[in-house]
Design a protein around this ligand. Structure first.
Ligand SMILES: [Zn+2]
Ligand SMILES: [Zn+2]
Length: 335
């Protein structure tokens, strides 16, 4: 099968690999669509610097079950499916507590095992859900990371509800999903992004207000009658973004940090104490988050924004465009 591999030195190469066979409890999925996530850029940098071994990336997968392995009961060949990328061990303390996103013993599709930038992936049937019937595979694929991460961030950790003012900093793939999840919960949403196209996209998916980072504080205070936001979802996680997030929070507010790699800031304990502010990090998502994101998509409350589709061979140019900020929403490969 054809696949894209991140090779030493940061080369993005189209390679030919043996088509995998599904093992016990596994299904083989013919990949119809693979989302290109910003995390893939981090992985490419890590492979380039030698921190990480070469790999087949891709953790947003939609496709058709081609073949089932021994012992598979729920999923059948021919099913249209979406695939979650976390492959938790099922036995550790985090897994038993159903915080499978924090499992340290498991694997992850497109990280530690070959991912969806390929014609086929083999995964345990437990991480497979029926694809929403009303979505094309390109849109459905993105639910695995951008949709499920948005749900985990806005609802599971953020607890957004209809009384809340929610600010979303960064209107990329996850950000545009986060705006829609917050709207589905009935919250008022302010979306922040320096790029005009991204702000327009946020408006189209339902943001009540949009603002540049410079305008954001005034916009959030305006939307909350000077109280401040109840929830800030920070998908940028630079020092400036965190500073904005903290400054924008009202009493009892929650700041959720989603992106890795920012520089961080120092936070005064009295600020946290006086306003009872919660500062929390969001890592990935669980199958429960994924299932809720799929349900929202099926109910047409979450419409993934697919900015571009491209064949597998164009992976490198798509990654470059993403890095240059040219993609608003998700780019998706069609292996
Ligand atoms: Zn991702
Ligand atoms: Zn585990």
């Amino acid at each position: 099968m054809r696949a894209i591999r991140f090779q030493p030195g940061g080369v993005v190469e189209l390679v030919d690999l043996p088509t995998p066979e599904p093992a016990e409890g596994e299904v083989l999925v013919r990949v119809a669509a693979a989302g290109v996530c910003r995390t893939d850029l981090h992985l490419l940098k890590e492979v380039a610097s030698g921190e990480r071994a070469p790999l087949v990336p891709g953790h947003e997968t939609a496709g058709t079950v081609q073949k089932i392995g021994p012992g598979v009961g729920r999923v059948r060949a021919g099913d249209q499916v979406v695939v979650h990328f976390e492959l938790p061990c099922g036995k550790c303390r985090s897994c038993i507590q159903k915080r499978t996103n924090l499992c340290t013993q498991g694997a992850a599709l497109g990280f530690s095992v070959p991912g969806a930038y390929a014609e086929y992936v083999h995964v345990p049937e437990d991480v497979v859900l029926a694809a929403p019937r009303n979505l094309e595979p390109e849109a459905a694929a993105t639910l695995a990371c951008s949709g499920a991460t948005a749900y985990h961030t806005v609802v599971t950790l953020g607890g957004a509800d209809e009384r809340d003012v929610v600010a979303v900093i960064g209107s990329g793939g996850v950000g545009l999903s986060a705006v829609q999840v917050a709207k589905a919960r009935g919250a008022a949403v302010v979306a922040v992004d320096p790029r005009e196209e991204a702000r327009e996209a946020a408006k189209r998916v339902g943001a009540d207000e949009v603002a540049t980072p410079e305008e954001a504080l005034a916009a959030i205070l305006g939307a909350s009658k000077d109280r401040g936001a109840d929830l800030v979802v920070d998908l940028v996680s630079t020092g400036e973004a965190m500073q904005l997030g903290l400054a924008a929070l009202g009493p009892g507010g929650r700041l959720v940090e989603v992106a890795p790699g920012g520089e961080g800031i120092s936070v005064s304990p009295s600020l946290l104490m006086e306003k009872e502010i919660t500062l929390v990090g969001a890592h990935s998502s669980t199958m429960a988050d994924f299932a809720r994101a799929v349900d929202l998509a099926e109910a047409r409350l979450l419409k993934p924004v697919v900015a571009r589709t491209a064949p597998l061979a164009d992976a490198e140019s798509v990654l470059r465009a993403l890095e240059n900020g040219e993609i608003v929403g998700r780019a998706v490969l069609r292996p």
